[in-house]
Design a protein around this ligand. Structure first.
Ligand SMILES: Cc1cc2nc3c(=O)[nH]c(=O)nc-3n(C[C@H](O)[C@H](O)[C@H](O)COP(=O)(O)O)c2cc1C
Length: 370
């Protein structure tokens, strides 16, 4: 049986985090992953763009047993109660992924305050709803609220500098996200092979755990994360292509279809992003080179300076994805797509990953030590 400090801290069977993947709904995926023995994360960012992406909001609330009329706080309460009701019998453990960047601060406050309130109102949830995972912003300033309410706090970073900031903030589990990963990536990215051991060396200690993200999708890569000093791995792209995931069939099939060199980086809503390669993303990359070259030069731009037609292109193409319009669809995905060839149930997938990891780790001594 594999084990790690992440399993002990969170009370999960396998050292795997199912990534929050907003703004899309992960509401059904989270139930399935939690019940399969990994940490399931509900992504909350789909609740933050109701005006610009109403189709995302509507799909999100539908998978929360809510209605398009629900406001953000009501939707948060509904999804938490729904997830609890669907995980409590199997002891599934789940959390929420909340973007805390400066421009999302107001929404992040509403979501986190509501989550704390719901758990206080229903203390029986504490056995299952254990984690607040913050992303896309500065962790400093969130400690008292999140830790004060008794949650395990995780935060994702793309650099050692970010990890040191997490350490200062008092984060429990730092997730080091490499450039292989799907969707948003950083302006000056580093790949997992370098980033994970560097972050482990910089911040891991008896109080601070480190997990990898970006490129992890099977037993080989999970074993690698553990051998590189990590306490586990977060997987996003791998979980999109599962039976229970909320992503549509076009997206799942496109991950399976992606082959060698199957992704590219182009502008995303909040910075550089990794997309599955297709004619739409290739055009987006050509436009990015012209209109947002900083994506390739490591020089950030933002909404105040960028040519908005680039963002509009992304919004239109994401809507096409939602409408399963294959010719116009733009789909985020990580390099791991190249290694994903099936759409299993979550439980079968997790069992397979766990077995492969165990076999590899058992075999290491026999194979490589005299
Ligand atoms: C479609 C998609 C949406 C994502 N949205 C978010 C998000 O809203 N917040 C976040 O912290 N990470 C987000 N991520 C990144 C994942 O949380 C995770 O770190 C990443 O997928 C790991 O790399 P992998 O795709 O190689 O597994 C997203 C990834 C994907 C593929």
């Amino acid at each position: 049986m594999i084990k790690s400090r992440l399993c002990d801290l969170v009370g999960i069977k396998y050292p795997i985090i199912q990534a929050g993947m907003g703004p899309f709904s992960n509401n059904n995926l989270c139930v399935a992953t939690a019940n399969a023995g990994v940490l399931g994360l509900l992504s909350m960012s789909g609740l933050c763009g109701r005006e610009i992406q109403p189709y995302v909001y509507n799909a999100w609330v539908k998978t929360a047993d809510g209605s398009p009329d629900d406001d953000m706080a009501t939707a948060v309460e509904k999804v938490l109660l729904r997830t609890y009701n669907k995980t409590k019998d199997k002891g599934g453990v789940f959390g929420i992924n909340v973007m805390v960047s400066a421009e999302m601060k107001k929404e992040a406050d509403i979501i986190i305050n509501k989550a704390i309130e719901v758990r206080e109102k229903h203390p029986e949830m504490k056995k299952n709803f254990k984690v607040i995972f913050t992303s896309a912003g500065d962790p400093v300033g969130w400690h008292d609220k999140i830790k004060g309410a008794g949650f395990i706090w995780m935060h994702v970073v793309p650099s050692v500098k970010g990890a040191l900031r997490c350490k200062k903030a008092g984060v429990d589990v730092i997730v080091a996200s490499g450039h292989e990963g799907g969707f948003h990536t950083s302006w000056e990215p580093v790949h997992s092979m370098i980033l994970l051991p560097a972050v482990v060396e910089a911040v891991s200690d008896e109080k601070t755990l480190v997990c990898g993200a970006g490129g992890y999708c099977d037993g080989k890569t999970l074993a690698a994360a553990l051998v590189l000093g990590g306490d586990g791995a977060q997987m996003g792209t791998r979980f999109i292509a599962t039976q229970e995931s909320d992503f549509n069939q076009l997206w799942k099939d496109s991950i399976v279809a992606a082959g060698d060199r199957g992704t590219l980086v182009a502008r995303g809503f909040v910075g550089p992003a990794r997309w599955l390669k297709n004619p739409v993303s290739e055009e987006h990359a050509r436009n990015t080179l012209k209109k947002s070259p900083g994506v390739y030069l490591g020089e950030p731009d933002d909404m105040s300076t960028i040519d908005f037609s680039l963002i509009q292109y992304e919004l239109d193409a994401l809507e096409a994805t939602f409408n399963s319009n294959k010719d116009k669809a733009l789909m985020a995905g990580g390099e791991a797509a190249q290694r994903i060839n099936d759409i299993p149930t979550v439980n079968d997938l997790v069992q397979e990953i766990a077995k492969e990891t165990e076999d590899i780790l058992k075999g290491v001594q026999k194979k490589f030590l005299a």
